[in-house]
Design a protein. Structure first.
Length: 192
């Protein structure tokens, strides 16, 4: 096995997208967005032969007084969503080496599956690694192809009540395109 820098969009997106509950935060596109915002993104992978078995998109985040840290949101990603000890150790050793080169103080990560015990074992005696839930720790994936009536029937009574109440208060759900991005960004900024 060996650690590589992933510079092929298709390679990264096909690996991340093939995993159950894949996360857009680990996608190539999200990395491009983060590059535009923060400027520093690394995409690392672990190859077993010619097969990618793990990946991690690392973003360098600035802190006050010229300090910085690394963030790996919803990652690292492992093939099949199953912790791979050899790949994990190699990945974190490379991230730690890169962090020293970049003078990052620590790595904050929140994987999409529970591997905190395994990572804690690797991190023992290495305060560099911080497993923290930055992204929501619980998410829901809901099939929205049924019609509205069927969707509402499948929800808890209190949820249906809250939806009806929101409608009475004037809340509307609308589908829009990129032309409303600035409105979305403003709303996101206000609620952060």
């Amino acid at each position: 096995m060996k650690v590589i820098k992933i510079d092929d969009k298709e390679q990264l997106d096909s690996f991340v997208g093939a995993q159950q509950h894949s996360q857009f935060i680990q996608s190539w596109e999200w990395g491009e967005f983060q590059k535009a915002v923060s400027g520093n993104v690394w995409r690392l992978g672990v190859l077993d032969g010619d097969r990618l078995v793990a990946s991690a998109k690392i973003i360098k985040k600035d802190l006050p007084m010229g300090k910085s840290y690394f963030y790996c949101g919803r990652g690292p990603v492992f093939d099949g969503g199953i912790w791979n000890e050899d790949a994990g150790v190699m990945m974190f050793e490379e991230i730690e080496r890169l962090a020293k080169d970049e003078m990052a103080m620590f790595l904050r990560f929140d994987p999409y599956f529970d591997c905190h015990n395994e990572i804690a074992r690797i991190a023992k005696g290495r305060p560099f690694f911080q497993g923290v839930d930055v992204q929501p720790s619980k998410t829901l994936i809901k099939d929205i192809t049924p019609d509205e009536e069927e969707l509402l029937k499948s929800m808890h009574q209190k949820t249906r009540y809250n939806i009806k109440l929101a409608e009475k208060k004037g809340v509307e759900v609308v589908e829009v395109g990129i032309e409303k991005f600035e409105d979305f960004w403003s709303l996101l900024d206000q609620t952060t």
